[in-house]
Design a protein around this ligand. Structure first.
Ligand SMILES: NC(=O)c1ccc[n+]([C@@H]2O[C@H](COP(=O)([O-])OP(=O)(O)OC[C@H]3O[C@@H](n4cnc5c(N)ncnc54)[C@H](O)[C@@H]3O)[C@@H](O)[C@H]2O)c1
Length: 360
């Protein structure tokens, strides 16, 4: 019996989150990592050794890696946010499928540029939103799609941590580009946008602040270099007469800015906020509805799953490579997520509501 061909994978950016990608690949007997590109000398070599990948070709320049490693079946892009778009575009230009870490990018314009490159490419991009594989998040979508809630007209979502400002490359514009809004905001936005079937954002009124990140009392020495948002809020009009009320926080004087609540004409759904910041459902959800004219509250218990979301995320990418697509988490869906983030940033800068303008 001939041995099944192994997927030949490359990694661009081998910092923190690349460990999760590489560890999951190491659990796949049908994967070999053949190349890695990392700006910091020695970093990728160390990580590959940790996870037992041998014979990997190392590069500092991802373009050189893509040019030389013509056998690559796919690439994980695990660079910081300001370095998402360029490598993704380069991979698309060379027809190499990409698993791109969240958030999509820093600006809407960058995300649109990536989409244009993808449209011309034979390859696809999947965005690294592992909560998409969480059965609880899938349940929210099923409830919305079942019509139990009727017509959805108002949603409150977001979340955050009482104190949880990351360090490293997350807190500077040159690397993170945006702060909490991109790091964790994109998850709670995806929870809702995915459930609703990705309605187009029309207008955004946004606010951002940095009161905790820039204060040494809360952020120690990192306060000196902190120049992104640690809190963001937005009031977004979505296509189909839907209002989205959103807030996200890396640090605050409360445990949560509130639960996620979906209001419909036939029912409402409350999702406890504890974990919404990372796209997961923290506890039993409550469905509020009337039956035979009587008001009922129905608890929807958490679905426990033994499967690791990251393994599902990596396997979904490999399966799509094998079949030549479609992308498990396509750019066309996450473009609207990025448009909301971008709208909040732009509205916060100019101090009034902005219209969301797409290039095409
Ligand atoms: N899906 C998740 O659960 C999750 C969790 C954490 C972070 N992330 C995302 O992953 C990305 C990376 O986060 P991180 O914590 O690993 O950051 P990090 O700073 O630890 O790692 C990024 C690495 O990319 C390298 N790099 C940057 N530009 C490069 C380039 N052009 N070529 C080669 N290497 C380059 C850096 O040197 C660094 O080693 C971020 O966008 C973040 O939002 C996702």
């Amino acid at each position: 019996m001939t041995e099944k061909k192994k997927f030949k994978i490359g990694v661009i950016g081998v910092g923190g989150i690349a460990h999760c990608h590489i560890e999951c690949y190491s659990r796949c007997p049908d994967v070999e990592i053949i190349a890695a590109a990392e700006l910091v000398p020695g970093r990728a070599e160390e990580v590959m050794e940790t996870y037992g990948f041998k014979g990997v070709h190392f590069y500092q320049d991802y373009k050189e890696m893509i040019d030389k490693e013509t056998e690559l079946d796919g690439v994980s892009i695990c660079t910081y946010n300001t370095q998402h778009a360029e490598p993704a575009i380069y991979c698309m230009e060379h027809d190499v499928p990409v698993l791109l870490e969240k958030p999509f990018s820093v600006t809407l314009e960058e995300a649109e540029e990536v989409c244009r490159a993808e449209a011309k490419s034979k390859a696809f991009i999947s965005l690294g939103f592992q909560p998409r594989f969480d059965p609880n998040m899938q349940m929210i979508k099923k409830i919305v799609e079942s019509g139990t809630l009727g017509k959805i007209y108002y949603i409150q979502t977001g979340g955050g941590r009482r104190r949880g400002i990351p360090g490293k490359t997350f807190i500077e514009k040159s690397t993170g580009g945006i702060g909490a809004i991109g790091d964790i905001g994109c998850y709670s936005l995806d929870m809702i946008m995915n459930a609703l079937g990705h309605p187009k954002p029309l207008t955004v009124t946004g606010y951002t602040s940095d009161y905790f990140g820039t204060n040494p009392k809360y952020n120690g020495k990192d306060a000196e270099r902190f120049n992104v948002d640690d809190f963001a809020a937005g009031f977004i009009r979505l296509e189909g007469d839907i209002i989205l009320d959103f807030r996200i926080s890396w640090a605050m004087h409360a445990d949560t800015p509130g639960d996620t609540i979906i209001f419909g004409t036939e029912g409402a759904l409350r999702i406890p906020s504890t974990q919404c910041w990372n796209g997961s459902v923290g506890g039993a959800m409550t469905l509020y509805h009337d039956i035979a004219g009587v008001q009922f509250d129905t608890k929807i218990p958490l679905i426990e799953s033994k499967e690791y979301l990251w393994d599902k995320k990596i396997r979904s990418f490999l399966n799509a490579i094998e079949k030549g697509g479609p992308s498990p988490v396509p750019t066309s869906q996450i473009l609207y997520n990025q448009a909301i983030i971008d709208g909040i940033v732009k509205s916060a800068e100019c101090g009034h509501e902005v219209e969301v303008k797409f290039a095409d």
